[in-house]
Write a protein that binds this ligand. Structure first.
Ligand SMILES: Nc1ncnc2c1ncn2[C@@H]1O[C@H](COP(=O)(O)OP(=O)(O)OP(=O)(O)O)[C@@H](O)[C@H]1O
Ligand SMILES: [Mg+2]
Length: 498
């Protein structure tokens, strides 16, 4: 419950304001003049002060200055008569949050108080002890946010890893921030003034990756019409970030292992040995244990890389970071779009914290950008959230055979009767509530579950162009389950081929 101090020498007004605020669940104390108010603020902890200007003993302006000296974050709202507005404006310059002209209505006052408290909570969340990890750029895109104990541990590990040159393997689901970790390790250690070079092993065709990594001599292969330096040499003295290392071929794995052991290599088409001093940071969202079992990833390379592992937990396991990340991105998008959205409503934050975030922080960022487009008020309400988020999203659970299965628990927390369209992914229509007898709303969990399941699978197929393996992987559905559901809902993946 928020504590408010009401300061006015007019007893009637004092009482009226007190009653109105108590009615809205504030805990209210009163003071009769500025002096009493300052004493009270020194003695007690208030969230907010509502104060008149003209008062005996000490006026509101003087009291404001004293209070702010004691507690700069204290919110002070000034009540003023029309004739005294200049004083109120002065008060705002001295740090009052805002002023209200008398006669005041309780709705206006309560609305202003709520806005002020909300603004403060946003400031508090953005001003949390931001980790001092540098990411080597001033871009707002590149800030590490995290207050959860899991992330504090990660920050701690990063600061230690930054000081040594041993290889690092960063693991974590897609969108959890693996690239940020790699940058943080580089930019907080002795190599920070040297290059940080990234190569996305999954994006480079198999036949080009060797030359990308190690360079080639002129004429080494068709099309190699000049000599080229590879990423290893380019990153000499600095860090090479091998992103999506789980995607490299077994042949390349052997070559990488050799560089890791010997810190030297030969460019394609050459017998020359090139010695380099490169720190390797590798990352993948794939399961190395599975890949090793399947024989697609060399165990020796894995152990070589995994000397110092960093694991980034998925966002659904650190939901306490969601408010911090949200205010960070709200600030960011306010700047980008020139808007002044204050934040999410409490209800909306609660929904965000219940959602399972399969795409992790990248998805949260996209959802917030989506909300900026949908929302017309200065606070993002649940009606602006995408239906996929409102429905709670798929929850992953272990099934008996050890595979992940989707369980649609999230739907229980979802909102009734949500209709959304064209948020870039297509149309969603969930009609969880149906009209029962006598116009009574009837909820049917089984119906809702099936609707959601079907919609989810259609969306997943669409996004993955009807490819079964890809859909199963990206939407985190075991292939067998996916095939069963496709059959159950009589879906035709071919429809989504492109
Ligand atoms: N803790 C964080 N604070 C702020 N932004 C973050 C954080 N973690 C991730 N992000 C942002 O989320 C997005 C995804 O992060 P990043 O690219 O590092 O994830 P990733 O784990 O490499 O994902 P993928 O496996 O898909 O490559 C980026 O825009 C990044 O800036
Ligand atoms: Mg990445």
């Amino acid at each position: 419950m928020h504590r408010v101090l009401v300061v006015d020498d007019d007893k009637v007004l004092q009482d009226t304001v007190k009653n109105a605020l108590e009615y809205h669940n504030f805990q209210v104390d009163v003071a009769n003049n500025g002096r009493e108010a300052v004493n009270a603020v020194y003695r007690e902890q208030y969230d907010l002060v509502v104060m008149d200007v003209n008062m005996p003993e000490m006026n509101g302006l003087e009291a404001l200055v004293e209070m702010k000296k004691h507690d700069p974050s204290l919110i002070v709202l000034i009540l003023t008569a029309y004739s005294n507005v200049t004083d109120a404006v002065k008060a705002v310059k001295e740090g009052a949050y805002n002023y209200l002209e008398k006669p005041i209505t309780s709705e206006n006052l309560v609305a202003l108080i709520k806005r002020a408290l909300k603004a403060r909570s946003l400031v508090e969340t953005t001003a949390f002890s931001a980790p001092t990890l540098s990411l080597g750029s001033d871009s707002a895109d590149d800030k590490f946010v995290g207050e959860s104990s899991a992330m504090k541990k990660v920050f701690n590990i990063i600061s230690k890893l930054a000081q040594v040159s041993t290889p690092v393997l960063i693991r974590g689901e897609s969108g959890t921030g693996k690239e940020l970790v790699a940058k943080a390790i580089h930019y907080n250690g002795p190599r920070k003034d040297e290059k940080f070079v990234t190569i996305n092993c999954g994006a480079i065709p198999e036949n080009l990756i060797e030359s990308e990594l190690f360079g080639h001599e002129k004429g080494a292969f068709t099309g190699a019409d000049s000599r080229k330096i590879g990423k290893f040499q380019f990153a000499d003295g600095g860090t090479l970030f091998l992103d999506e290392i789980g995607d490299i071929s077994p042949a390349m794995q052997v070559k990488l292992l050799r560089v890791l052991q010997e810190q030297s290599f030969s460019p394609v088409g050459s017998n020359r040995e090139v010695k380099v001093d490169v720190r390797i940071i590798a990352a993948s969202h794939k399961s190395f244990e599975d890949m090793i079992k399947e024989g697609t990833f060399r165990e020796d390379l894995f152990y070589r890389l995994n000397v110092l592992p960093v694991y980034l937990p998925p966002l659904r396991e650190r939901t306490s970071d969601i408010p911090h990340l949200s205010s960070y991105y709200i600030n960011y998008f306010n700047n980008v779009h020139g808007l002044s959205i204050k934040g999410f409503s409490d209800e909306a934050i609660a929904v965000l914290q219940k959602y399972s975030w399969p795409g992790n922080i990248r998805e949260l960022r996209n959802v917030i950008e989506h909300c900026f487009i949908m929302e017309s008020q200065d606070e993002i309400s649940i009606t602006s959230l995408p239906a996929s988020v409102l429905s709670g999203g798929p929850k992953l659970q272990e099934s008996e055979d050890g595979n992940s299965i989707i369980d649609f628990q999230g739907i229980q927390n979802s909102v009734l009767d949500v209709t959304r369209s064209s948020d870039g992914l297509g149309d969603y229509t969930f009609q969880f509530a149906t009209k029962g007898e006598g116009d009574k709303v009837k909820l049917d969990f089984q119906v809702a579950k099936e609707q959601f399941e079907q919609e989810f699978i259609v969306q997943a197929l669409k996004m993955n162009k009807g490819k079964i393996n890809q859909t199963a992987l990206n939407a985190n559905i075991p292939k067998k389950t996916l095939l069963r559901k496709i059959e159950k809902y009589e879906l035709n993946p071919k429809e989504y081929y492109q």
